[in-house]
Design a protein around this ligand. Structure first.
Ligand code: NAP
Length: 161
């Protein structure tokens, strides 16, 4: 099963505000996110789910929380109590690919287990406290770039060994 991180990152590394808000709304980037993730399961932290307010349609939404009392009463949601549990769940379902969709805490913990990253580098800086983790060049290899009006999509794969 391939584990893919997908994120949008401002020029200064910001991905969001600590109150959960996304600092920008770029339609073309949302469309890219939707097209890429549609039909695949998505794993997210509880804070990101609360920012969304409801599950993303057409995808199994797996929410990671330490809170055993947390409930999300939607058909498309699955609650897991650790990142490892969420990955084991996806493996048990024999999914071919799973997307890690944030936020900051979940990206940080996923850097070691992910195989690939599809990152939108926005062409502007943004205000916010939540940042994307450091992309270490000895671990990640840039394999493709694609230019869009307000962002550039860069795909990274994990180097062997
Ligand atoms: N630009 C982008 O591409 C992008 C994408 C997604 C999100 N965002 C932004 O990112 C921000 C949210 O990121 P965040 O770092 O504050 O929060 P987050 O990663 O979305 O969620 C954090 C929560 O996840 C749960 N969690 C994390 N690790 C866990 C573990 N190992 N075991 C069990 N539960 C765990 C905890 O939930 P409990 O507290 O319930 O235990 C924790 O409070 C928002 O501003 C959002 O807009 C940006």
């Amino acid at each position: 099963m391939k584990i893919v991180i997908i994120a949008a990152i401002a020029k200064n590394g910001v991905i969001g505000k600590s109150n959960g808000e996304m600092p920008w709304h770029v339609k073309e980037e949302f469309q890219h996110f939707k097209q890429t993730t549609l039909s695949f399961p998505v794993i997210m932290g509880r804070k990101t789910f609360e920012t969304l307010g409801k599950p993303l349609k057409g995808r199994k939404n797996i929410i990671v929380t330490g809170n055993r009392d947390f409930i999300a009463e939607f058909d498309e949601t699955k609650i897991c109590h650790s990142l490892g549990e969420s990955i084991d769940y996806c493996k048990s379902k024999k999914y071919e690919k799973v997307f890690i969709i944030g936020g900051g805490q979940i990206y940080k913990q996923s850097m070691l287990i992910a195989d690939e990253m599809i990152l939108s580098f926005m062409k502007f800086e943004a205000e916010g406290e939540v940042k994307f983790p450091e992309i270490k060049s000895d671990i990640w290899k840039l394999v493709s770039t694609e230019d869009r009006e307000q962002f550039e999509i860069r795909i990274f794969v994990k180097k062997d060994g």
